[in-house]
Design a protein around this ligand. Structure first.
Ligand code: ZN
Length: 501
């Protein structure tokens, strides 16, 4: 076979795999959005079959053969094929470098461990989960040896979620951000301003909340002919294909902020997927490049736009339109304060914009320690409480609200947490670059015109899919390497004004 023929065969093979993947994505979306309960068990079996098929194709000798042949002539390939090969090679190595029996044992353990974690969390009993987590950590450390590492074992894990990211890069960024955040938090607490949240607890019917969510998505430029909005317990975005990018939100009758910000957040993820160049359809590059860059898009819309004063200067009238009695006695200014209320809390997913990153840093420090062997699993509850106290000034009474609160460690997803904060850091740096390119962008938000903002993101980030690495995207969109100073400046500005510091 000539190079061109091999490349064509490889592309057809990948496309077939992506078609199975598309069916899987749709079946999973359906399961989470209201598939009949009685069908769930059989559906799980069908999902199992299709997932195995995708896994087999990703790791097959046939795939290995394509990757080897095309890898040798990489310089002669067009960019899309070359980078598609690079992308599939990453996944191939991830599984093929691990002995099959060990990988199988791990998969069985991980699924058992997740259900044990659920029980442990429910009963707030860490000792139940401890032996499972110990095995998960042992497996992870063993796998890192197969995958290989240079500086730090943890880098190998980070790389799976944020290609190219290292401990060396993150450490100073997080250290600076932590110090500034803690200082700012203390100043806010000393200012002693209380914000009443009572107004948000008034009953708001779901139909009107839905109307508001749809209006905001429309304003963001979400393409409803290539997507839809549904309701789930845990909001998410999922890309069935390039022209079918769906979002879900969560409606709480007694706190309309839940749907508001879930919708904007997931809408931000969706705009990314809807903005990928159509030239990448049918290739493994037609998706967001990394967890951190993906999260930067959702956080940009949720926080930098959705929690800005300008956004509500335009949109508050829409809130009043659907909930005239509930918000009659609440001014736009009070509303703005209410959606930006800062208060240290025990639960990460309920944290405010400022303290959120401190929750991530607690987890990051622990993960590094577990992976390099300087921390023992049995000590985690105590370490957790100590770190929470040090960073946030509060500590949990029980492990359910402490070390057991997140699912991530139960299946060995180490390296994932930092990407949430990286998302915030990227978002701030993108926002700063955008403000240079569009000097009147706040004015535009105030007018409810978000089109140029969306276009800037599309131009500089979305269109590339996985064609560019996270590092290249940041560099080319902002002219600099990743730096926490933009997020620090943004947080200082915003919260100083809000709390009169
Ligand atoms: Zn997200």
């Amino acid at each position: 076979m000539s190079i061109a023929e091999t490349a064509t065969a490889f592309q057809a093979y990948v496309q077939e795999m992506l078609h199975y993947q598309e069916a899987l994505t749709l079946m999973e979306w359906d399961l989470r959005t209201g598939a009949p309960k009685r069908g769930a068990e059989l559906r799980a079996e069908a999902i199992g079959t299709l997932s195995s098929q995708v896994f087999r194709m990703k790791t097959s000798d046939q795939m290995g053969d394509y990757l080897e042949k095309l890898g040798q002539v990489s310089a002669d390939l067009d960019e899309v094929t070359r980078k598609s090969v690079r992308e599939m090679q990453r996944e191939y190595d991830l599984y093929r470098k691990i002995p099959e029996d060990r990988f199988h044992e791990f998969v069985v353990l991980a699924s058992k461990s997740e259900s044990v974690w659920e029980d442990a969390k429910r009963t707030s009993n860490f000792s139940l989960f401890q032996p499972y987590l110990e095995k998960i950590v042992d497996f992870t450390r063993e796998f890192v040896e197969y995958w290989g590492y240079t500086d730090s074992k943890y880098d190998t894990l980070l790389d799976q979620y944020e290609q190219g990211m290292t401990v060396k890069q993150i450490d100073p960024i997080f250290t600076a951000l932590r110090a500034e955040t803690i200082t700012l938090l203390q100043a806010i607490q000393n200012a002693g301003q209380r914000v009443s949240e009572e107004g948000f607890r008034r009953h708001c019917d779901v139909a009107s909340q839905r109307k508001l969510s749809l209006r905001l998505l429309e304003q963001m430029g979400y393409d409803f002919n290539a997507g839809r909005l549904d309701e789930t317990v845990h909001p998410f975005e999922t890309s069935v294909n390039r022209y079918d990018v769906r979002v879900t939100t969560k409606f709480l009758p007694n706190d309309m902020r839940s749907a508001l910000f879930s919708t904007i957040h997931e809408g931000g993820h969706a705009l990314y997927e809807q903005g990928i160049s159509p030239n990448l359809i049918g290739t493994p590059l037609a998706g967001g490049v990394s967890n951190g860059i993906h999260e930067s898009q959702s956080r940009f819309w949720e926080n930098f736009i959705g929690r800005s004063r300008e956004f509500w200067e335009y949109n508050y009238k829409h809130v009043l339109e659907v909930f005239p009695s509930q918000f009659a006695d609440i001014s736009m200014d009070e509303f703005y304060r209410g959606i930006n209320y800062v208060q240290p809390s025990l639960i990460r997913i309920e944290a405010d914009e400022l303290t959120y990153n401190l929750h991530i840093m607690v987890r990051y420090e622990i993960e590094k320690g577990l992976v390099d062997g300087t921390l023992a699993v049995k000590d985690l509850p105590e370490i957790w409480r100590a770190r929470m106290k040090e960073y946030l000034g509060i500590e949990p009474d029980n492990d359910s609200e402490g070390v057991l609160q997140d699912v991530h460690w139960s299946d060995g997803s180490f390296g994932y947490f930092p990407t949430y904060s990286l998302g915030n850091i990227y978002a701030a740096q993108f926002a700063a670059a955008m403000a240079k390119a569009l000097p009147d962008f706040k004015e535009q938000v105030r007018r409810g015109d978000l089109s140029q903002i969306r276009d800037w993101l599309r131009q500089n980030i979305h269109q590339y899919g996985k064609l560019r690495t996270p590092e290249e995207i940041v560099k080319q969109a902002t002219g600099e390497d990743l730096d926490a100073k933009y997020l620090i400046a943004y947080l200082k500005d915003k919260f100083s004004a809000l709390y009169g510091l």
